[in-house]
Write a protein that binds this ligand. Structure first.
Ligand SMILES: [Zn+2]
Ligand SMILES: [Zn+2]
Length: 343
């Protein structure tokens, strides 16, 4: 089969590799679409350590069940499925709570074991969810990463209720979906904040009421003005920078919540305690999602309540995986999410 493999020295190659066979409890899925995420870009450029090389890249995918391992009775050949982004252990406290994002032994596809940038993948049968007929493979591929991650941050961690003012800082693949979900859950207003003009255009198309350039002096005041003067009740952060988290803390309203979903190595500072404590700001991290949240997101996509029509900006054949990563790096064509189609 064809596969996109990452080798030592950040070498990306499209190669012929043996088609994997499912062992007991596993299924083989013929990949119909794979999402290209910022994490893939960091791994391909050597900015994220990949422990096992060479490795088939990719952790977002959807396809059709193509072969069953011994003892698998919950799937049939031809089933449409979406893939979870990692293999979880199933037995740690987080797994027992259904919180897939917090499993301490998770093996991420494309990082710790072979991933979705290939014609086929073998996974434990528990690593999939049924993909309804009304949801395309391209959309199915991103539900379990870009969309469900945003849902957990907005619906559960922030717990937004109707009528609240929201700001989203960092309007890339996940942030755009945070805007869509905030709108769906009844936010009174949504302000989009990013340093890229193209990302702000995408944010407006996704339903943001107004946009603020993160790079201007006094951006926190502009966000407050755009949020009725008092500032947003909830700020969702998906840039993963010291400056963006500090911007969130500076603009949030009294008694507001800042939910940080962007990951990185930078270390933001709290405001002076007289302001942080005096305004009763809550700061919450947000990582991954639960299985039931993912099921909810799939149902919202299937019913059409969650409009993903602008979520996939372009599709590429596997052979052009390098071009897709380059276009994501340079933001050519203002990508929300890009997809690979193995064909
Ligand atoms: Zn990802
Ligand atoms: Zn676990």
């Amino acid at each position: 089969m064809k596969a996109v493999r990452l080798h030592e020295g950040s070498q990306l190659r499209v190669e012929d590799v043996p088609k994997p066979a499912p062992e007991a409890g596993q299924i083989r899925v013929a990949i119909r679409a794979a999402g290209v995420c910022g994490t893939d870009l960091h791994a391909a450029r050597g900015r994220l350590p990949v422990p096992t090389l060479p490795i088939i890249m990719g952790h977002e995918g959807a396809g059709q069940v193509d072969a069953l391992g011994e003892g698998v009775s919950d799937h049939a050949i031809g089933d449409r499925v979406l893939l979870l982004p990692s293999e979880t252990c199933g037995s740690c406290p987080s797994c027992r709570d259904g919180h897939l994002g917090l499993c301490s032994k998770a093996r991420i596809f494309g990082m710790a074991r072979d991933g979705t940038f290939a014609q086929y993948i073998v996974v434990p049968s528990s690593c999939t969810l049924p993909l309804p007929q009304s949801v395309s493979y391209e959309h199915g591929a991103i539900l379990a990463d870009a969309v469900a991650t945003a849902y957990h941050a907005v619906a559960t961690r922030a717990g937004i209720s109707g009528g609240e003012r929201v700001a989203v800082i960092g309007c890339g693949g996940v942030g755009i979906h945070a805007i869509l979900i905030a709108r769906l859950l009844g936010a009174k207003s949504v302000v989009a904040v990013d340093a890229s003009e193209g990302a702000l255009c995408q944010a407006e198309a996704a339903g943001a009421d107004c946009t603020v350039d993160a790079g201007v002096d006094g951006a926190h005041k502009a966000i407050r003005r755009a949020s009725g003067g008092e500032g947003p009740d909830v700020v969702i952060e998906y840039a993963g920078r010291k400056s963006s988290v500090e911007l969130a803390l500076a603009c949030v309203a009294r008694s507001g919540r800042v939910v940080v979903g962007g990951v990185g190595m930078e270390a933001p500072q709290l405001p002076p305690l007289v302001s942080f404590v005096g305004r009763e700001i809550a700061v919450l991290g947000s990582m991954g999602y639960t299985r039931s949240e993912l099921e909810r997101v799939v149902a919202l996509a299937a019913s059409g309540s969650l409009d993903l029509s602008r979520s996939i900006t372009a599709c590429y054949p596997l052979e052009q995986a390098g071009d897709a990563l380059e276009d994501l790096a340079t933001r050519r064509g203002n990508p929300v999410r890009l997809a690979l189609i193995p064909g």
